[in-house]
Design a protein around this ligand. Structure first.
Ligand code: SF4
Length: 293
């Protein structure tokens, strides 16, 4: 049974429906709905959402994820970048998060669709902050360069869990490849903000979490999110442990001591939850340097 701290008040149905109608009108997907995120009510209520590009089905099947798998999903939708820019403008978003399913079936892993979406958003609103939550592009440096050079401020890539659990939690992923991706972002452009996230409660030990945090700091990762894993259905990876909020707070403090510019750590935290606030917490001079570059 879920502990008290994981009880949420019923979301505002009107706000939910308003956002859903807008998404339907623009023919857009969100990871919020695809991944059955518990924060939908709050985020949709605040008029924010994380857009999911490159379709509703993924070429991988991580055991924690509610998004359905398909070996050959439909081709990318060429009109999607422009429609996301229009929706973001209509929502008045100042900070937008773009994520995707993993498309190992595509030559560039979907990198060009990310780039076109970032460019369409920036063309519509040059002031908008764009955060991209990317897959690992099977380690392709060329694909990563396409995305980084398209101009997002934040490049987020989740490690999701500790390396020991990869075979059972994200069998098609590779821990070192993911760490390498975050390292290469800074090599491509040191001004870029990097971010990563873990879900806890999948069977990891606290010391394993600390080691992942150290690995992230070794590649100069700036932002970190830590949240409680919640099982989307009985077919998905079981919850091994519910982490107490005090433990999340302890890890937050340790993370900030390790040098992360911001650590967002609590049961309901997800990688793009309150993304704008997490970003605003970081060092101002870095932002002013970035606008000069
Ligand atoms: S790669 Fe991402 S979208 Fe695909 S199954 Fe894994 S977590 Fe879900």
């Amino acid at each position: 049974m879920k502990p008290l701290w994981l009880r949420r008040k019923t979301p505002d149905a009107e706000a939910l429906n308003k956002m859903r109608h807008l998404l339907q009108r623009f023919g857009l997907n969100t990871v919020c709905e695809g991944a059955l995120c518990p924060n939908q009510g709050e985020c949709f209520g605040q008029g924010t959402a994380t857009f999911l590009i490159l379709g509703r089905t993924c070429t991988r099947n991580c055991t924690f994820c509610a998004i359905p798998s398909e070996e050959h999903p439909p081709a990318p939708d060429p009109g999607e970048p422009e429609r996301i820019a229009q929706a973001a403008s209509e929502l008045g978003l100042k900070h937008v998060v773009i994520t995707s399913v993993t498309r190992d079936d595509l030559e560039d892993g979907g990198a060009s669709q990310f780039a076109e979406t970032v460019e369409a958003l920036k063309e519509k609103n040059p002031q908008i902050i764009v955060e991209v939550l990317v897959p690992d592009f099977l380690g392709s440096l060329a694909a990563l360069e396409i995305v980084v050079n398209s101009g997002p401020e934040i490049i987020n890539h989740n490690l999701e869990t500790v390396p020991r659990l990869y075979p059972e939690v994200r069998p098609q992923a590779d821990y070192r490849r993911s760490i390498g991706l975050l390292k290469r972002v800074k090599e491509i452009n040191s001004q870029k903000i990097t971010k990563s996230g873990l879900m806890l409660g999948l069977g990891e030990e606290q010391e394993e979490v600390r080691q992942v945090m150290r690995d992230l700091r070794e590649v100069s990762c700036d932002l970190l999110t830590l949240g409680q894993y919640l099982q989307p259905s009985g077919r998905h990876h079981p919850v091994i442990r519910y982490i107490h909020p005090e433990e999340f707070e302890e890890l937050r403090k340790e993370g900030e001591k390790m040098g992360f510019k911001s650590v967002f750590s609590a049961p309901f935290v997800r990688s793009s939850f309150h993304a704008a606030e997490v970003f605003q917490k970081i060092d101002r001079p870095q932002r002013s340097q970035r606008t000069q570059s």
